[in-house]
Design a protein around this ligand. Structure first.
Ligand code: ADP
Ligand code: MG
Length: 625
């Protein structure tokens, strides 16, 4: 029996009208959607001449009986909805019965289809809207759609097509999106003789995404269930590490109920959720798959079904943002477990002993004196009167000149670098990381198992301070430092207005400022962490930031405060060029291990980079011995 019905005029009038066929990619999108709606498990796409000459989509879906092969060419003929009530909860990709007649009117289209239950199939050919041939055809189960000579009868439209490269790019994008949306379906894509994609059926989302993105780095899982209004919502998908170098395919792909869409709200939710982990100018990449009751989404808003509308978009936004935030937090725990072996309490005490040993070691260079290197365990390098013990091994390794004196050529290094057992010396170690030393007065070099680990001391410290300051700020407890001599500052009208408006917020940031008279203000206290900075310049910076956010109270102020804390943390943190001694380096590692978030600086730059031993061996062509 025929599955397809023609929609009533009343119903078809309620369907978002507009041009369906803009370019070859729109044809491919419609044809793939039909194959998926037909329950196909394999969809093969073949393109010739960037789509204008030929597009062929072959599927193993339900197929059509002869009546339906003819009916599907009619406007508003569809098997997917029948009555108005269904328009409010569309569960298929198609629903308008417009794609095939539209394509058939601007191309030569052949449909060869065989219903799963039938012994033979049907071939129908349409040329620019006119039925050209219908006959029985021996073929395999499923459907073959062929579209030739696109826009052959509308040269004006053909002229508007872009270069072959652009058109094939759009086709590829359509297929990639759909392949990510449906990892269980196999997809192949061929341009002329070149196979560009071949994704096996029954994949899991992770391997599908890695294949499409050509990415084998870490992924942040978004797997989560929750509720919006009274309905349950599921999120799936993955984000690439925010700092991973974007490849051509690695963009943010948004899939709602199996449909690839462009949705600014979802994109913003992801970007916001990644706040503090995404570098300026970087875009989030990955796939967000949202499953939500079809009644809560309107898909009937865009002629090419590219956009959708959520009934409760604010809730969806909040929900997604939270999911992304918790994915980042999970990543912290994962990264922490990878980087540090948990240090049990008694071992911690032992670590302290190691650190004491190190304190007495002669510093490699003038140590960087920073009151914040180890606020948890402040240890002064000077003023330690302990009897000097043996110099730790790594210091020995650091002094290159000494080494070159001690290691004559042709002598096995083992002779000059006595093993631990022989000397009884302790290595500088924390949480299973062996500290090798500091590079370029900026990077901490460490070794663990088969990993070579590089840590950016500034980025690491910046994140730690930022985390601490944020906590203090939320507790309204940012340590203040009273200036010995209050500083007066002249302010322009914009800054005066800003000060008056945000006086309380400034106070909770640790800035105590009083009006002195006319345009003069007095800075009495500053946040302790930046007490080394020029208070006047700092105040101007802060007021500029607040002024620029003018007119947007509430959330924006929270964002500005966040930026402020980040820039305060940046200014207060140890810098590139600060020579650290081993005790300070260990102190930094310990603080990293203890802090909630340590993987990225507040501006989204990564803190840790790991090189595996095999990776290094590859560089030196050592594989295989
Ligand atoms: P819609 O997808 O909105 O229903 P289309 O014009 O794309 O409208 O397709 C019309 C109908 O043709 C579909 O409802 C479906 O019944 C049938 N059809 C189209 N493509 C296929 C296919 N590949 N396999 C089986 N049936 C198909
Ligand atoms: Mg369709």
């Amino acid at each position: 029996m025929s599955r397809i019905r023609i929609l009533s005029e009343h119903l078809s009038n309620q369907i978002a009208a507009g041009e369906v066929v803009e370019r070859p990619a729109s044809v491919i999108k419609e044809l793939i959607e039909n194959s998926i709606d037909a329950g196909a498990s394999q969809v093969d796409i073949q393109i010739e001449g960037s789509g204008v000459r030929l597009m062929r989509v072959v599927d193993n879906g339900c197929g059509m009986i002869e009546d339906d092969v003819l009916l599907c060419l009619e406007r508003h003929a569809t098997s997917k909805i029948q009555e108005e009530s269904q328009l409010g909860a569309i569960a298929t990709l198609g629903f308008r019965g417009e794609a095939l007649p539209s394509i058939g009117s601007v191309a030569r289209m052949t449909i060869i289809s065989r219903d799963q239950e039938k012994d033979t199939g049907t071939l129908v050919e349409v040329r620019y809207g006119a039925l050209h041939a219908v006959h029985e055809e021996g073929c395999s189960r499923g459907t073959v759609m062929e579209v030739r000579n696109l826009f052959g009868n509308v040269p004006a439209r053909k002229k508007f097509l872009k270069s072959a490269r652009t058109e094939t790019y759009h086709i590829e994008e359509v297929v990639k999106n759909q392949a990510i949306a449906m990892p269980e379906i196999g997809f192949s894509l061929r341009f002329d003789e070149r196979t560009v994609l071949d994704c096996p059926a029954a994949s899991d989302l992770e391997s599908r995404l890695r294949y499409i993105f050509r990415y084998d780095g870490p992924l942040l899982s978004l797997e989560h269930s929750g509720a919006v209004a009274t309905d349950s919502v599921q999120v799936g998908g993955y984000l690439l590490l925010p700092e991973s170098t974007p490849t051509r395919s690695a963009r943010l792909r948004i899939i709602v109920n199996g449909r690839a869409v462009q949705d600014r709200m979802i994109r913003n939710a992801v970007t916001e959720g990644l706040h503090g982990f995404l570098m300026k100018g970087y875009q989030p990449a990955g796939a967000v798959l949202l499953s939500i009751s079809p009644e809560l989404v309107d898909v009937n808003v865009h002629p090419a079904k590219r956009e959708i509308r959520f009934r409760d978009h604010r809730e969806v936004y909040q929900f997604l943002k939270t999911v992304v935030k918790s994915a980042i937090q999970n990543h912290q725990e994962h990264a922490r477990a990878q980087l540090f072996t948990p240090v049990p309490k008694n071992a911690r005490e032992e670590q302290e002993v190691v650190r004491e040993n190190l304190i007495t070691a002669e510093p490699v260079a003038e140590p960087f004196q920073h009151h914040l290197v180890s606020p948890v365990n402040p240890v002064s390098v000077q003023g330690n009167n302990a009897v000097p013990r043996e110099q730790p091994k790594f210091v020995e390794k650091l002094t290159a000149t000494e080494r070159s004196e001690k290691v004559p050529e042709h002598i096995s290094p083992a002779a000059s670098f006595p093993s631990e057992e022989k000397t009884g010396k302790r290595e500088a170690e924390f949480g299973g990381l062996r500290l090798i030393g500091q590079l370029f007065s900026l990077y901490l070099l460490c070794e663990k198992d088969e990993q070579f680990i590089v840590i950016d001391q500034h980025a690491a410290h910046e994140r730690i301070l930022y985390g601490q300051m944020k906590q203090d700020y939320l507790k309204k407890d940012i340590p203040q430092q009273r200036l010995l001599f209050p500083v007066t500052v002249e302010l322009g009208p914009d800054h005066m207005e800003t000060i008056e408006r945000y006086h309380e917020d400034l106070q909770s940031l640790g800035l105590e400022i009083d009006h002195f008279g006319e345009t003069t203000w007095v800075i009495k206290s500053v946040p302790a962490v930046i007490s080394v900075l020029d208070p006047v310049a700092m105040l101007h910076d802060v007021l500029d930031m607040l002024y620029e956010s003018k007119g947007n109270p509430g959330q924006v102020i929270a964002g500005v405060i966040d930026d402020l804390l980040a820039s305060m943390a940046c200014k207060a943190a140890i810098k590139a060029g600060n020579v650290l001694n081993s005790e300070e380096m260990i102190g930094l590692l310990q603080q990293m291990e203890e802090s909630d978030v340590f993987s990225h600086c507040p501006h989204g730059r990564p803190v840790v980079k790991t090189f595996s031993q095999p990776e290094l061996e590859k560089w030196f062509h050592r594989h295989g011995g």
